[in-house]
Design a protein around this ligand. Sequence first.
Ligand SMILES: Nc1nc2c(c(CN[C@H]3C=C[C@H](O)[C@@H]3O)cn2[C@@H]2O[C@H](COP(=O)(O)O)[C@@H](O)[C@H]2O)c(=O)[nH]1
Length: 358
Amino acid sequence: MSDDEADPELLALLRQTRGLGPVSASAPPNTRVLETAEFVYDNAIDVSIVSGATKAAAASIWQLMRDKDISTNTWSEHGLHPKAKDESTVNFIFTMDLLNFSFWSTLSEDKRFQIDYKGRSWTGYWSLVAILQRALEEATDSQLRHVFRSSTDEEMPLLDDRINLLRESGAILEEEFDGLPINVIKQADHSAARFVNLLVDHFPGFRDEHVFHGKTVRFYKRAQIMVADLWAAFNGQDFGSFDDVQHITIFPDYRIPQILQSLNVLWYSPRLETKIKRGEEIRSGENMEIEVRGCSIWAVELLRREMVRQHPEAKERFNAVLIDFFLYDFCKQQEEQAKADGTKDDILPHHRTRSTWY
Ligand SMILES: Nc1nc2c(c(CN[C@H]3C=C[C@H](O)[C@@H]3O)cn2[C@@H]2O[C@H](COP(=O)(O)O)[C@@H](O)[C@H]2O)c(=O)[nH]1
């Protein structure tokens, strides 16, 4: 049967699943990240998911998240995150998630890139948040490198890429959205998936796509974390109001795989584990890296389904975004704890891929 004889709805669905052209109004927007994750998992050889540990993790994570009463409020409770429920926070989050990648360092704690702000030193993700808070105080462009300055000899990783991204994305924002991030939100019309697709379609800096076994795989980590940060910062209201936020997956970076592996939810092949243990870099886009990222997404989807099977109320209460936020913070606490009690060498470090994608 040729296309023009096919039922229009079926044709639209076929076009949508093939990621081609406009879809019919009835088909909900789709980022195709979750189908990517299952494909990567089905074709992975260096990473697999351990079902027993996943069931156990689902039970313990449910308990911990319920005891800590994890919710969207958690986001604003972090000292450095902006509190205002207005456009200034949208602009902050847009800029932050444009640059929210690759903070890891091979240097010791006292030598790694860090930011002095409000009387204390910030590293990793929080160094970026501190920089942006500081930038708002020291606004002029010419001080941009000065604002991003490190208090050690190591400058911020991929600093030139970050400044280029600011310039490139600022120009696109100007041309296509009147310079206002809230216009991207308005065009998304309360769909998280459409918001992600808008960012990916208009801003190359968010197009976190790769080729794996001849197929395009989509992770969209920073586009997804942006819609999640907006949703959490605004408690699902106003600029954070999205009807399909359950469509968003975890954000495959270098922290979620690390915590999933330490919970034995992810299994790494001996050759992959050895590479990570030795601190050898894994190139962005190579199979091992794609497998670590894709299997992390799929593992948390299976863990979330198991959590809901064990506790039906989890379906409404804890989506992949809140599980992700919890896992990230849990990973950081575990790392701080390990540093404090000298057991840092007992946990496998995160994998090292230098990339603007995460
Ligand atoms: N999957 C996931 N990745 C996250 C975050 C966050 C922070 N989100 C805050 C907002 C709400 C939560 O409660 C968090 O407190 C940063 N990252 C990523 O990790 C890396 C930085 O790591 P390190 O160098 O150790 O700081 C880097 O790729 C960064 O993009 C998250 O939540 N989920």
